[in-house]
Design a protein around this ligand. Sequence first.
Ligand code: SAJ
Length: 442
Amino acid sequence: MQLIPRIADRTVVIGVVGLGYVGLSVAVALASAGFQVVGVDVDVERVAMISAGECPIRGSEPELAELLARVTASKKLAVFADYAPLATADVVLVDVDTPVSSDGRARFVSLRAACGALGGVMKPGVLVVVESTVAPGTCTGVVAPTLEKASGRKLNEGFFLGHCPERVMPGRLLGNLRELPRPCGGESPETCEAMVALYSTITRGRLETCDCLTAELVKTAENAYRDVNIAFANELGMICEAVGADFRRVRELVNQSPGRDLLVAGAGVGGHCIPKDPWLLAQAVRGQWEATPRLISAARGVNDAMPVHVTHLVEDALGELGVPVHGAKITVYGYAYLEDSDDVRNSPSQVLIDRLSELGARVAVHDPWVRAYAGDMYAVADGASAAVLMVAHTSYRDLDLGRLKRVLARPVLVDGRFLVESRAARDAGFVFRGLGRGEKTT
Ligand code: SAJ
């Protein structure tokens, strides 16, 4: 594989399939590093926007729009809606979506389609690197056979295969790309060397080599690990609530014990990766084990139940005033999946909204970061029988309880993110419920 010297002098042509959060940021980073980059996406409107130098990703992404405009103007980045131009690429990064369906399975429809189309055009000796998060075993079990079938060439002879899982986070797309360590999983030692040489041109993060299977396990395990740890915090939060303790005080003292790092109980676990990746990890043993790995699926169950628990807190608080949920207006504060973010994917608030609506409530939503729900945060509570805090947006931290109480029809406040002190809420005359804080706490 004669890629390394050509990576050094930037004469390698790099293809990127899929120009979403991951693909667009890596395409811009590589073009900014001096490579000729050929981007492909099936979304023709997205391709047109990028070709015009406009960034299709909203929200604050430092430098991304500016660099995108620069590399499209200089033609270092050229984007297309068809795969033919990828015939010129020496390396192709695959950054397509890998969703998990409601039964917890990934069928890799986009991945299979992308590899089938790529296989039909890619040049001999090309290095294909999958960056999308996939279930362990997917690179050698799905990607390689699809590429072999479509190209008529054999792995490690007619093409090479690697897996370098993305570690992006909305709001820090280019920052994470430049800073975070990444496993460079390759199906041959030369592949690993070429991947390290390539990624070294855009990241200061540590680049460790391994095989594709190990890299697939690393990414799915790191997020399953986070999901399980959040689930433990949530379960402890429910225990504290039941026995009348304050989860925050318990957490503070637990974390004073060496080697403990308890996370924070909350109203739910959303986002683009944490709810999905545990299922991808579990999928690795689907069919081999009688059942899905128990801890992974149990943790998913705990976390998915948190917005349902918030629903119960609302019902309980309204019940104290003899007010039925049915027919009540309820205002939900926060729709994004994460504080101070506009990303609404897998929003836990949507689960709450659905449950309250099923109970017959009329739900109003506020979120300063989400265009559809921005606006005056007190007006949205006008005439409501309850207010529910679901996301710890900074702007909610100085909520004026007196002003909120004046616009509400009933003084009911439910806090899912430790935003309001119980005593302050009760002193202001609210019927208050705090997730992770039992009735007996002040
Ligand atoms: N959450 C809790 N309690 C916690 C932490 C998170 O309820 O203690 C909830 C959040 O409210 C959110 C969800 O979990 O709804 C996910 O939060 P997150 O902080 O894990 O944010 P993500 O989903 O953006 O996670 C990403 C992941 N990074 C990548 O996939 C590359 C994750 O591995 C990182 O740990 C996380 O960013 C981070 O903190 O950087």
